[in-house]
Write a protein that binds this ligand. Structure first.
Ligand SMILES: [Fe+2]
Length: 485
């Protein structure tokens, strides 16, 4: 029987939909990733000499140095200021206020010091400024008289599902000329907070007293950014500092003295893993080098922290760790498997938006994939496309003295979307609760070049919009926020 015109027309739409779906599926799942052939003329991967001006000690007797700040509470109304006085403790006070040169408030902190082999650290101060106003510029002063130093920072907007905010992501920085280039390019990006994915100073590449000396020089290098905006710290293997040959066997000794985190605000029992909320993001920091298998403190803490995530308040769920779970570079290949086996299922279940890692000195971005059906008896053994899974990004290319990880595995695995062995940094610019713009910027022989980028759709709000409605009080907050901005 001949098909009528009406029946034919009825079939056109479903066919079109099917064709589109097939095409779309093929684009998202099967398109081979890109291995960039870009090769830069690399500056030597050597540390900048200690007498270079980037490590200059500030003027004045016992002047505060190595100034850095980080978020000091769960929701962004507090800041921890940290600095070092080299010769004597001095005061652990921070004077601060909302007008330049007018410091209406004073906060009292604490100080500590430590030894590492025969090196004696300076006096490391930590001072909490709390009860701050949201979205406000604060000026602060530390030290006195001719040694006084002044800085400023801006607090984030109040926790709000539609708050826009720009994060930078840096990893494996070190203290070479490439590190300096990364840092300068990052500062140009105009981002407001650094998500640092581990391996700060590479001081453990030195021996004996030089280890402590290179922690100090890195603190002075990073100050140009870290004194003015929070760096959210995540520990890497170069923070472990386990050096039995000189009697130093307490893991993370230098790092934990120098880089405080607000771990107690998220009910963590350890500064190496914790969470913060900032603007519209919930950021979870994990420790690749602390126990994480079932029943360990980190595992139990993460189980509870995921339950606390409220996508109505903080739509963006971001995880930081040092060792990547998905990495197709020969360097550190498979090192993230043990943590993947433990935590990946939760990442998919809670629809994490993006996971940032470092460790591998190259750049790589994955598609949304998961490998949670495998078990040792049966099941799929390969990563598959999974819309509920996060995007995994490795940005361990800050520029440290170990150089680039230039050898990617061949062929490029299906899950790998883009990879390039260059130095650089990333930015994640959250626009609202549904969209964010991500970029990776290569240091192209000293010039910042946007190289990889995409629009990130929120895992909770970016899809099935019709099903998702903001609760009434959040809508009221958003209207108020728009009216007041
Ligand atoms: Fe590392």
């Amino acid at each position: 029987m001949m098909m009528t015109e009406v029946n034919k027309r009825k079939l056109v739409l479903p066919r079109l939909v099917l064709t589109f779906l097939l095409l779309f599926t093929s684009i998202t799942n099967v398109v081979a990733g890109t291995t960039s052939r870009f090769v830069r003329s690399e500056w030597p991967s050597v540390d900048i000499p200690l007498d270079h001006e980037v490590f200059a000690v500030p003027k004045g007797p016992n002047a505060p140095q190595q100034v850095h700040i980080t978020q000091g509470d769960y929701d962004g109304k507090a800041v921890i200021v940290s600095w070092v006085t080299p010769d004597e403790p001095g005061l652990s006070q921070v004077h601060y206020g909302t007008s330049e040169k007018k410091y209406d408030f004073t906060a009292e902190g604490i100080f500590s010091n430590y030894t590492f082999y025969q090196y004696k650290s300076g006096y490391i101060h930590q001072c909490l400024l709390d009860g701050l106003q949201y979205d406000t510029k604060y000026y602060y002063k530390i030290g006195n008289g001719e040694s006084a130093r002044e800085f400023w920072f801006r607090t984030p907007p109040k926790i709000n599902p539609n708050a826009s905010y720009k994060f930078g992501i840096i990893g494996d920085l070190g203290q070479t000329y490439n590190s300096l280039s990364t840092l300068e390019h990052y500062i140009q990006s105009g981002a407001n907070t650094v998500l640092f994915v581990g391996d700060l100073s590479y001081a453990d590449r030195y021996q004996y007293n030089d280890v402590g000396i290179r922690w100090d020089s890195w603190g002075r290098l990073a100050e140009r950014s870290a004194a003015y905006q929070p760096w959210i710290w995540c520990a890497g293997n170069h923070e472990i500092d386990y050096m039995p040959y000189m009697g130093e066997v307490v893991p993370f000794k230098s790092y934990l003295h120098r880089y405080p985190t607000p771990y107690m605000a998220s009910k963590s029992s350890n500064p190496l893993w914790y969470a913060i909320r900032r603007a519209s993001a919930h950021i979870i920091v994990l420790s690749s080098y602390s126990p994480f298998v079932k029943y360990t403190p980190q595992w139990q803490w993460l189980r509870e922290e995921f339950k606390k995530v409220n996508r109505d308040e903080t739509p963006w769920l971001i995880v930081l760790m040092h060792v990547p779970m998905y990495n197709s570079n020969e360097a550190h290949f498979m090192e993230g498997e043990s943590m993947r086996a433990v935590f990946e299922e939760w990442f998919v279940h809670y629809r994490v938006d993006i996971v940032f890692a470092g460790h591998v000195h190259a750049y790589e971005r994955s598609y949304r994939i998961s490998n949670i059906h495998y078990n040792v008896s049966a099941g799929d053994r390969y990563p598959i496309a999974d819309k509920s899974a996060p995007v995994y990004i490795t940005v361990g290319d800050g520029g440290n003295q170990e150089g680039l990880a230039g050898k990617f595995r061949d062929p490029q695995p299906d899950y790998s979307a883009f990879r390039e062995a260059s130095y650089g940094h990333s930015t994640l610019e959250i626009k609202n609760r549904t969209h964010a713009i991500y970029h990776w910027n290569r240091n192209d022989d000293g010039t910042k070049v946007p190289t990889d980028g995409f629009v990130l759709h929120n895992q909770h709000w970016g899809t099935n919009l019709r099903r998702r409605k903001l609760k009434k009080h959040h809508l009221r907050d958003v209207v108020g926020w728009i009216a007041s901005s």
